[in-house]
Design a protein around this ligand. Structure first.
Ligand SMILES: [Zn+2]
Length: 239
């Protein structure tokens, strides 16, 4: 009885040993190792892609003075086609009748900012008036999109300090001036921007001219080809 048990145990051990050391077992072990190595390589490649993605130089396209019934829509179509998000600084009084475009901006992932209600130089008016210009525009945008923006681009780049808001407003300047409003020549606009642009730059344009829209889309195609990634300004400012 005892001997039989011992034999059974020995046989079981032998089977176990065989299964571990049989060519089949070794093949399985080799396969498992190969799979593990492949997985390691995959995750390394994934990490490298991730790093490459993170290291892509970022720039932000910004469009002031809209929305414009024709050109803003044209621009939104072009941005959607290229899967690019931009930032729009809207003039409050221009929103009337173009609510659909503003809603579309929000829905398609663009950032919406404030460019005052009447496109005024904030430093040339009283504090009360300046606050009113900003607040009215924020409220108008919020009425349409449901989002209260805290980003503002003061017209003419002139921000008035010490204004009192419940939500702190973040003034957004620019590094690259396309000067698109001085020319109707999209080729000139493209050349200027592509020559001047660098990583982390905020590009100033206006979505109220056909030439600006054409130039913007061409700029996207060229800079994307050079490895640039387009982001909204909050991504550059809040990093
Ligand atoms: Zn403006």
């Amino acid at each position: 009885m005892r001997r039989n048990l011992w034999l059974a145990a020995a046989a079981a051990a032998a089977v176990l040993a065989l299964s571990q050391w049989s060519p089949q077992g070794m093949l399985q072990t080799a396969q498992a190792t190969a799979e593990q190595m492949a997985q390691d390589t995959d995750s390394k490649e994934q990490q490298q892609t991730e790093t490459a993605r993170k290291e892509k130089p970022k720039v932000a396209l910004t469009f002031d003075d809209g929305p414009h019934l024709i050109y803003t829509e044209e621009l939104l179509d072009g941005l959607k086609e290229r899967k690019v998000c931009a930032t729009f600084f809207l003039i409050g009084k221009n929103i009337e009748g173009k609510e659909e475009l503003v809603r579309r901006m929000e829905e398609e992932g663009h950032l919406i900012g404030n460019h005052t209600y009447h496109h005024v130089k904030l430093t040339g008016i009283s504090e009360d008036q300046a606050e009113q210009e900003i607040l009215e525009t924020c409220e108008k945008i919020c009425e349409v999109t449901g989002t209260y923006t805290s980003f503002v681009r003061p017209p003419f780049g002139e921000w008035k300090k010490n204004l009192d808001f419940e939500i702190t407003m973040i003034p957004v300047s620019w590094n690259v001036d396309s000067r698109d409003w001085t020319t109707q020549n999209s080729e000139k606009i493209v050349k200027r921007v592509v020559k001047d642009v660098d990583e982390g730059d905020i590009i100033l344009m206006h979505d109220i001219f056909e030439s600006s829209v054409q130039a913007a889309l061409e700029i996207i195609d060229i800079l994307s080809g050079q490895g640039y990634e387009f982001v909204t300004v909050d991504e550059l400012l809040l990093e």
